[in-house]
Design a protein around this ligand. Structure first.
Ligand SMILES: C[S@@+](CC[C@H](N)C(=O)[O-])C[C@H]1O[C@@H](n2cnc3c(N)ncnc32)[C@H](O)[C@@H]1O
Length: 243
């Protein structure tokens, strides 16, 4: 590292070397924004900026999954300003809550405040722990639909019509369906579904039996049993069901 990163105190500049300030610079940068010392071991934005300018192009997406106070986002914004880039970033961090400080949330109180302070546009999302789905269903249909979409499409679209018994969404690979309940009219709706351009019709249901029985011959149809399909996919055996 020492041959790669030069301290800014060290006036001697070498080619391909990053000039970096110290954590003190990082602490000051954050203190200037928030008016208080809110975080320990803040990295200097100049270090992150140096690393980013060596390793990213102007349209890259930067991921920092130990984001802490959000120095990475500040560095991304500063570098974009300097070189006209359009880099975006995703920051992930724990709240740092403990038994002694259950309400601590550095993401909300430090990182998000910092990003607002420097005028970065961002969405603030909280990740929830999803319990294992039991046969008796502990989740509402929206949460189940979100899990199904994440499993198949790795993203979530706007909720379909609240009153509909069959929720559907076309993804790149499949026509994704969630039969929220099952009766003759839902079965007949599934029967009438057309697979767009040879895509699979992927139906998730808590009652897969009757669908399979009635629509066995329907081409391109695959029926996945809930809750097993989600639990199998989302919960590796090693987690013991506690994702
Ligand atoms: C050394 S700090 C990062 C400092 C950051 N570069 C800055 O300048 O603010 C590491 C951060 O990772 C977070 N962290 C620790 N374990 C984590 C985990 N499992 N998932 C996400 N973040 C985690 C900590 O809460 C801490 O804020």
């Amino acid at each position: 590292m020492s041959s790669w990163i030069n301290s800014t105190i060290d006036k001697e500049e070498a080619e391909n070397h990053i000039q970096s300030g110290t954590n003190q610079e990082g602490t000051k940068a954050l203190q200037n924004l928030l008016g208080e010392k809110a975080f320990n071991y803040t990295k200097p934005p100049s270090l992150l900026k140096g690393l980013l300018s060596q390793s990213t192009g102007p349209d890259d997406l930067v991921l920092d999954f130990f984001a802490g106070s959000g120095t990475t986002a500040q560095a991304v914004a500063e570098l974009n300003k300097e070189d006209g880039g359009k880099r975006t970033c995703i920051l992930v961090s724990t709240t740092e809550a403990t038994a002694d400080e259950p309400d601590k949330n550095i993401c909300r109180d430090v990182t998000a405040r910092r990003l607002s302070g420097i005028g970065i546009e961002f969405a603030y999302l909280r990740v929830a722990t999803r319990p294992t789905l039991e046969q008796g269903r502990h989740l509402d249909d929206s949460a189940i639909w979100a899990s199904i979409q994440l499993l198949v499409a790795q993203n979530i679209a706007a909720n379909p019509e609240e009153g509909a018994a069959l929720w559907t969404r076309e993804t790149d690979e499949a026509l994704l369906c969630f039969a929220r309940r099952l009766d003759a009219s839902v079965l007949s709706s599934i029967e009438k579904l057309d697979a767009p351009q040879g895509k699979t019709i992927l139906v998730f249901s808590f009652q897969p039996g009757p669908i399979r029985q009635r629509l066995m011959g329907k081409s391109g149809l695959r029926v996945e049993a809930l809750p097993d399909a989600l639990n199998r996919a989302l919960l590796p055996a090693s987690t013991g069901g506690a994702l």
